[in-house]
Design a protein around this ligand. Structure first.
Ligand code: FEO
Length: 168
């Protein structure tokens, strides 16, 4: 069972995951437009991952007796000055996601809803990986600067593919 407050919080997060997906798809489009196919592919994989996150919330809410409700999604930013600026925005975004997940986990503890707590544990671990992978890309972009290294990094990051986790 979900309290109304917890159901609302889970719904808000589901919609935020969809916003996240749109943000990364927008970054993918931006990079494709800039001729950086590897960065575009990396962001496309990130988009797929976010939709996977959204569907986890969607399924959980409905399976727990609640009602997953899709809301209005704000338009994301469309362009970024540099690849580094886009990845830095992505890192800030992921830190924000972590804070949101932690807040819902606090609410679950407050309400002693251990089932929701267990559900959120996967996301708490996932956020460590999310922040790490974006932070890794930010670090590499800072190292290579604007020179030819950028094209090598584009090729390197372009190898990323999204595979849904088997433990999910
Ligand atoms: Fe679904 Fe990147 O957090």
């Amino acid at each position: 069972m979900l309290s109304e407050k917890l159901e609302d919080a889970l719904n808000e997060q589901m919609n935020w995951e969809i916003f996240s997906a749109n943000l990364y798809l927008s970054m993918s489009s931006h990079f494709a437009h800039e001729g950086l196919a590897g960065f575009a592919a990396w962001m496309n994989a990130q988009y797929q991952e976010e939709m996977f996150h959204a569907m986890r919330f969607f399924n959980y809410i409905n399976n727990a007796g609640g009602h997953a409700k899709l809301g209005a999604i704000d338009a994301p930013q469309h362009t970024w000055k540099t690849p580094l600026a886009a990845f830095e925005d992505a890192l800030e975004h992921e830190k924000g996601v972590t804070a949101r997940i932690n807040k819902i986990a606090d609410l679950a503890v407050e309400e002693r809803n251990h089932a929701v707590g267990i559900f959120l544990q996967w996301f708490i671990s996932e956020q460590v990986e999310e922040e790490d992978s974006v932070s890794d890309a930010v670090g590499k972009l800072k190292l290579v600067g604007d020179g030819g290294g950028l094209f090598m990094l584009d090729r390197d990051l372009g190898t990323r593919v999204f595979t849904p986790p088997t433990n999910a």
